[in-house]
Design a protein around this ligand. Structure first.
Ligand code: HEM
Length: 310
């Protein structure tokens, strides 16, 4: 799924969206097109997406048939559903021209499918942690859970703004100033880029805040402190790579690096959000002794909270 996102960015940043003409699912009307750079980039993107679709379908069927809890099956549906939605949007973009505001949604839709896969993986890996989580969630943990879901939602909006500036070509030379000034005139071509940078600054503050909240819980929840540390580190890397995009005049390579850090940043944020929410849901009424068919202290009973596990 990471490759799907990076290949999508490669298609955009090398201007290869029409590398297969306007034909789909064939490429330039052929199964094996005559190779040239743009054709191979777009063709490679389609191949990677096809393989990812098969893998995600396989994962979803395994989650369903393996008797995973309802939450995990919902993550699997999320991964499959958004991947199919992205395939339809991608095919539509090839066949009909779309405005930048619509093109900018593609990144977010792919990211939601990627998130489904990652949430499923994190959720499965969290079983033992949840089993050990026999004490009620502390106020600090509950607070962090709320903060981390808010940070995740904010990041999603910021990512849309990045994809929007990418597709509209909104750009201002220099950094931290925007074309030599503090604030470009609203309505100017540089204004969306200015908002994107401003939004990135706010995200860094939010990530710092999240990390401080998680660091206070380090002794009991080192997993949350580590996840929040990684999220902050990737956030800094993301902002620095944004500055490098500006200084390079938006070269394809630097824009690719900027796009390639996003799934890592978002992945670390998903990790903190899910792990803090899992612990949160293990003790909704202040107790984890929940009777289920597996026994009150089994991994699943702790994981499930009061919800049914099949
Ligand atoms: C830290 C949080 C940030 C996030 C989550 C973020 C996200 C994004 C995303 C998703 C894109 C579109 C990528 C693509 O479709 O290939 C983008 C593009 C862009 N971002 Fe950011 N960005 C951040 C920070 C910054 C900063 C601090 C700057 C400038 C100093 C910046 C400058 C740009 C530019 C110039 C583009 C357009 C690149 C192009 O035209 O090829 N970004 N960003």
């Amino acid at each position: 799924m990471y490759l799907v996102l990076v290949m999508g960015a490669l298609v955009t940043n090398t201007g290869s969206a029409t590398g297969c003409g306007n034909s789909w699912p064939l490429c330039n009307g052929q199964v094996f097109p005559v190779p040239n750079f743009h054709t191979m980039v777009e063709y490679g993107h389609r191949l990677v997406t096809s393989v990812a679709t098969l893998l995600v379908l396989w994962l979803a069927i395994a989650a369903w048939r393996g008797g995973r809890p309802r939450r995990d099956r919902a993550f699997a549906v999320m991964a499959v559903g958004f991947l199919f939605l992205e395939s339809i949007l991608g095919a539509a973009a090839v066949m009909w021209p779309e405005p930048p505001a619509v093109l900018a949604t593609h990144f977010g839709v792919s990211l939601l499918s990627y998130s489904g896969v990652l949430l499923l993986a994190f959720s499965m890996a969290a079983d033992p942690v949840a089993a050990a989580a026999v004490a009620p969630a502390s106020p600090g943990e509950r607070f962090l859970a709320r903060v981390s879901w808010a940070v995740l939602a904010y990041t999603f909006v910021l990512i849309y703004s990045g994809a929007y500036v990418r597709h509209t070509g909104s750009f201002c030379a220099g950094w931290p100033l925007c074309a030599g000034g503090l604030v470009p005139p609203p309505g100017s071509a540089a204004f969306p880029q200015f908002l994107h940078r401003l939004g990135a600054g706010v995200l860094l503050l939010l990530l710092l805040y999240q990390w401080r909240a998680a660091a206070r819980l380090r002794s009991g929840r080192p997993d949350l402190a580590a996840g929040a540390g990684w999220a902050l580190a990737f956030g800094v890397l993301q902002a620095l790579s944004g500055a490098v995009v500006v200084f390079s005049g938006a070269s394809a390579l630097t824009a690719m690096i900027h796009a390639a850090v996003i799934p890592l940043l978002f992945g670390a944020e998903l990790y903190v959000a899910l792990r803090s929410a899992l612990r949160y849901s293990t003790s909704p009424a202040g107790s984890s002794r929940i009777p289920t068919k597996n026994g009150p202290n089994s991994a699943y009973s702790a994981l499930a909270g009061s919800k049914r596990i099949s």
